[in-house]
Ligand binder design. Structure first.
Ligand code: PMP
Length: 384
């Protein structure tokens, strides 16, 4: 069944905007530059040119999947010719890992697909999405694509999301709001919404208003003020939590993520769901990744160590870095990031796109130690 009113082709543009992609052309995703200057600077690269680039622009996992996951994917390839095949009991495994039932989980081709389905389901009837700016803007782009719109509220001065303002605007516009979007931790800042603020939000919003809490970077958080919002699903609140295997489990190119919500919310989303969208390699890879918790712990500790080292070096050089709880951070370079992004690209380094209105903050994903050495070397030449 494909009842999606919003085409995937159009989404490639939304993703490119959200991710700020800079002119790579792969076999699948053809992402476009936000700024044509990026495109001409990067050109189109393939194969070894791509491999040589330092890719710290998309908050990807620099290490790749662990052996357990690679083996599971390789073994699953024997089912490549099938529509019906054993799927590693992924749905049940995800549900069990969160203490919910299978009816509370929807698996998608990346969490992107779940965001897309949520936008289609919750914005029906020209509703609006409400959230912070800047954030992971794909949902706002979806809204535009659906001829709906977004109410985007500026971050607080300390870069926290404006929970009070969101509640106020949601109440004032209650009939028009389809859902609230909260990215926790937020992309691009890496700042978390505390568990107290999440509670205040859910308690303060009009009854029944759906809240999408995007926990793509959940696994990197080390802050006792933060907590996952999945317990609210168990309470039956109108909350949809999205998670991805792209980051901690390094499966961005394999494409798998999921949403967890009360059964009535999942039911609302089902008409927009494509049961064929997740492939066999993704299912088996994700099932293996769920089991390999020690591999995930190692990714977390290595990324956090590399982030600490990089941030310490930038701070030592006098640049303020927004304290991040994710596998990326923003550094204030005290000048427009746009030409600087171009200069990094000239040196084979892809850094994050501009995130208006934070045009003097450069978003940098945490890559391998070698990636970060090359970044810091270039930073000294370009910015210092
Ligand atoms: N949410 C956030 C906050 C993201 O940053 C991303 C990707 N960068 C996604 C969702 C989508 O991830 P995926 O589709 O790979 O699961």
């Amino acid at each position: 069944m494909n009842t999606k009113p919003f085409s995937r082709r159009r989404f490639a543009g939304a993703l490119a905007l959200a991710a700020g992609f800079i002119g790579l052309r792969g076999r699948g995703l053809v992402a476009q530059a936000v700024d044509p200057a990026h495109l001409s600077a990067a050109g189109h690269v393939t194969g070894s040119e791509y491999d040589a680039l330092v890719k710290i622009c998309f908050n990807e996992n620099p290490y790749g999947p662990p052996a357990s996951v690679r083996e599971a994917i390789t073994a699953a390839l024997k089912y490549s010719n099938r529509y019906g095949y054993p799927d590693g009991d992924l749905l049940e495994a995800i549900a069990a890992s969160h203490g919910v039932k299978s009816e509370n989980v929807l698996i998608g081709s990346g969490s992107t697909e779940i965001l897309e389905i949520a936008a289609n389901a919750f914005l029906e009837g020209r509703k609006k999405v409400i959230g912070a700016e800047p954030t992971f803007s794909a949902v706002y782009e979806w809204a535009t694509g659906l001829k709906c719109s977004a109410i985007r509220l500026p971050l607080e001065a300390d870069f926290r999301q404006p929970i009070g303002a969101i509640i106020k605007a949601a109440k004032e516009n209650r009939d028009q709001i389809g859902f609230v979007y909260i990215c926790n931790p937020n992309n691009p800042t890496g700042v978390v919404v505390s568990k107290d603020d999440i509670r205040a939000l859910l308690d303060g919003l009009p009854d029944g208003m759906p809240v999408l809490i995007d926990e793509a970077y959940h696994h990197f958080v080390d802050n006792p003020d933060y907590a996952t919002s999945i317990p609210y699903v168990q309470e039956g609140r109108p909350v949809l939590v999205t998670r991805t295997f792209s980051k901690i489990a390094a499966l961005a190119g394999i494409r798998i993520g999921y949403g967890v919500a009360p059964a009535n919310i999942i039911q609302r989303m089902r008409p927009y769901y494509d049961i064929m969208s997740v492939n066999v390699a993704a299912k088996w890879g994700a099932a293996a990744a769920l089991k390999d918790t020690s591999a995930q712990q190692k990714v977390k500790s290595d990324i956090l160590q590399t982030r600490r080292n990089t941030v310490a070096e930038l701070t030592r050089r006098g640049f303020a870095v927004i304290p991040s709880e994710a596998n990326f951070f923003m550094v204030n370079i005290r000048r427009d990031v746009r030409p600087v992004i171009h200069d990094f690209r000239q040196r084979g380094i892809l850094v994050g796109r501009p995130f208006p209105p934070m045009l003097e903050h450069l978003r940098v994903s945490v890559g391998s130690d070698e990636d970060m050495s090359r970044f810091l070397e270039a930073f000294k030449e370009i910015v210092v």
